[in-house]
Design a protein around this ligand. Structure first.
Ligand code: NAD
Length: 445
């Protein structure tokens, strides 16, 4: 359709600029409701309206600073050569070097990576960490790759990212389907190319090569810290509370384990292939043992099998989505019975579902606050690498608890001051910090 010039007032101009989702050959067919980049832009519009943000700052934040698409040729075990596609996005670098995870998943797309990078900018700002936001990923199904193929894929991807990454420029970390071993390959490849060992180029590494105590558990740990704070407000006693956790990977399994340790009843857990429900509470240590060396918790014999849709609608006090984005939608949100939702995953709630939760009086602790424990411990790891001076696990956890509580209190304060929900309040806090950096730095040249 031809574009028809319309007279728009400065107040609403920003809303009409970026409405078209980026068409990319490899992007899955997102609907406007489920396209994560569109959701990120909707949130940006909301916060811009609320803060009466200058249009030029909105414009800066509505576009990533730079995006990179790479093709990654990999020699497979059968000697054939397969080419994968990978991305790295720097959303905004005004507060410091770029920081964000690397995801390996069949549904990775440029729009998803752009949204994840935007959320990283906001997350780092909520926590007041000296970083900008980035994210990366490769379209692949790790379940079909051998360890050797994964290593070659990771090393070639790292080499292709060489123009973006570095301890002072962009510091990747683990995300969905990536782990400390993959970070070790990235660190080694980067180090080989620059000619010296550079531990600070990635975080989430094994401790033996400059990783930090507590980093692996940090995202789940932070999820529990903010849940404790929210429970205090809502008058929920965590020791007798019922919890349901979607996703049993790094974030979900660690969060479930710590909830269980604190005495909460974890009544439901699910992953990509299935789940388990036990109203008496699941023994999370036993479930972790069951899952060891298996791809999924499906088939765990103690408790009733449960699907993802049922898990989200379980009768519980606290729902903790720790899988992927777009899980809580306008279709399933009315069935949610929890009083508190704590977003361990990035972007698990669509804006439509968010409205329903608000109407139903359900408190949502947004991803950019709830799962910020991971990037905060990554920051600690980076600081330790730069200083070559390493902390005890107790020190990491104590500092992590302090920063998570501080951010929670600040977000809560804005929520009360402006009579807005916790998500918008978190974005107000973050956006003001990023905007202030933009204003002070000004526009080059
Ligand atoms: P992971 O790969 O370790 O685990 C992902 C889990 O989600 C797996 O158990 C998988 O089976 C499950 N899953 C995938 N699709 C699902 C579906 N449709 N329904 C139910 N379960 C499904 O990944 P992770 O590192 O735990 O990351 C999970 C989420 O947390 C992501 O949104 C990620 O961006 C976010 N996050 C991770 C970190 C981190 O430190 N790893 C930090 C902040 C945010």
């Amino acid at each position: 359709m031809p574009r028809i010039a319309k007279i728009v007032t400065p107040e609403i101009r920003y809303k009409s600029i970026h409405n078209a989702p980026e068409k990319h050959p490899s992007s899955p067919a997102f609907s406007p409701q489920t396209n994560p980049w569109q959701q990120a832009l909707q949130t940006l519009d909301l916060v811009t309206d609320h803060m009466k943000l200058e249009p030029w700052i909105h414009e800066r934040l509505a576009r990533p600073k730079r995006t990179l698409t790479v093709s990654i040729p990999v020699k497979m075990d059968d000697d054939s050569i397969k080419t994968f596609e990978g991305y790295r996005v720097h959303h905004n670098l005004d507060r410091g070097p770029a920081k964000g995870g690397i995801r390996y998943h069949p549904d990775v797309s440029m729009d998803e990576v752009k949204a994840l990078a935007f959320w990283m900018t906001m997350k780092c700002a909520v926590m007041n960490l000296p970083y900008g936001g980035a994210k990366g990923g490769i379209i692949c199904d790790p379940r079909t790759l051998s360890d050797k193929e994964m290593e070659r894929l990771t090393r070639r991807f790292t080499a292709e990212l060489g123009i973006f990454i570095g301890p002072e420029r962009d510091i990747p970390a683990p995300d969905v389907n990536t782990n400390p071993q993959i970070m070790a390959w990235m660190m080694d490849t980067y180090s080989m190319n620059v000619g010296h060992t550079a531990p600070g180029v990635v975080t989430g590494k094994p401790i033996d090569i400059g990783g930090s105590e507590g980093r692996r558990e940090a995202t789940g740990y932070g999820v529990v810290v903010v849940t404790q704070e929210a429970c205090r407000i809502l008058g929920i006693d965590l020791k007798t509370a019922c919890v349901a956790v979607q996703g049993f990977g790094n974030v979900g399994a660690n969060a479930a384990r710590i909830f269980h340790k604190l005495g909460a009843r974890v009544v439901g857990v699910s992953d990509k292939d299935g789940g388990v429900y036990d109203p008496q509470g699941i023994d999370i240590e036993d479930l972790r043992l069951f899952k060891k060396n298996k791809p999924s918790i499906a088939g765990y014999p103690k408790g009733r099998p449960i699907g993802n849709t049922d898990l989200l609608a379980l009768d519980c006090d606290i729902l903790v989505p720790c899988a992927l984005e777009g899980q809580l939608t306008q279709d399933n949100a009315p069935q949610v019975k929890a009083r508190l939702i704590v977003e361990g995953a990035n972007g698990p709630t669509t804006p439509q579902a968010d409205k329903i939760f608000k109407q139903n009086g359900i408190m949502v602790i947004p991803d950019i606050l709830a799962n910020a424990g991971g990037v905060t411990a990554s920051y600690f790891e980076w600081v330790q690498d730069i200083q070559s001076f390493f902390w005890r696990a107790e020190d990491v956890n104590e500092r992590l608890t302090q920063l998570m509580r501080r951010a929670f209190t600040e977000v809560c304060g804005i929520s009360k001051r402006d009579h807005i929900d916790m998500r918008l309040a978190a974005y107000v806090l973050a956006t003001e910090r990023v905007a202030q950096a933009l204003r002070i730095r000004g526009i080059y040249p």
